[in-house]
Design a protein around this ligand. Sequence first.
Ligand SMILES: Cc1ncc(COP(=O)(O)O)c(C=O)c1O
Length: 362
Amino acid sequence: MHLPVVNLKPAIDATRGEWQAQLDAMFARGQFILGAGLAAFEQEYAASLSAKFAVGVANGTDAISLCLRAARVTGETITTALSAPFTGIAITSAGAKIKFADVDPETLQVDADDLGNRMTKRTAALVPVHLYGQPCRIDRIAKLGPMVIQDACQAHGAQFEGRPLTAFSDYVAYSFYPTKNLGALGDGGGIVTNRAGVSQRLRLLRDGGRKGGQVSYETGINSRLDEMQCCYLRAFLPHLPEWNAHRRRIAALYDEALSGCPGVRLVKRHGCSVSHLYVIRAARRDKLRAFLAERGIGTGIHYPVPLHLHPAFASAGQKKGSLPHAEKACREIVSLPVWPYMPESGAAEVAGRIREFYGGGA
Ligand SMILES: Cc1ncc(COP(=O)(O)O)c(C=O)c1O
């Protein structure tokens, strides 16, 4: 069988007519940056997330970083040790001092208690991540006190217990990297908020501190979501609920087929997850990945090295052994195939191969 860990082609093919029409309209307008396509997408995206405002930017890293700049955060900022390196890069590039908290070993989401315990008088902001499409305990984190910037880069459409993520803080950052559960066909990012003042400030900062003219009022950056990416995003957005539902179905099939499998520990999810990634913990992880690869099954690791052990974040001063749950998880986790239009039979097939690897038969 051939089952890659992610396959964008079916979604691109299924929406060809829609994005082609958007591209035709864009060429007719002849504006490629900060045009009508972006304005329309921002409205449509905000509405889809039950938020008042959305601001399109160049990528998810900038989305987080611009939130920190908009909130004027330069002090200690705590995030999870288990995330994409870009979560950390966003924090350091905004000029803030980075520190990491450990994860809950059951869910792999940032541990709200550990986050609270690591806070000091100097803590200026928290950057919780909704990892793998599953909201973390944002209800508890929002009550800890400091400014909260949510990294929802992997969680388009996710809500926490029926409430939109904007109910918990004024800054929610997303990535439209192509493989995300809502992806462009290039880089892209966005921020949603319910506060008009926040959206205005973000619009200023993403466009060099300008207010539409050629005067910079402060040192913003150049980080705009271009019109061409908006064509794809506007075509894909109406399909997000159906694509998330398919991801959830695949995840449920994996849960069922892998439950009780020797060598496998399932990662706990709750009903709010949009299952951007399906991650398990596996004994002899690297051998399992090689076994699956030989049989045409792609896998990934999100992520192999906890952030406090990246040389780029040595300034946090958190050595090996300081965040044991994240460190152990990074040695065991493996992401299995999940994407819109993935055949449902694929989940049973992958699970069967995993059972075969561990000697339990298919
Ligand atoms: C959790 C998380 N945060 C931040 C980012 C950064 O997003 P981007 O690649 O669009 O800059 C990503 C994606 O790479 C991510 O998965």
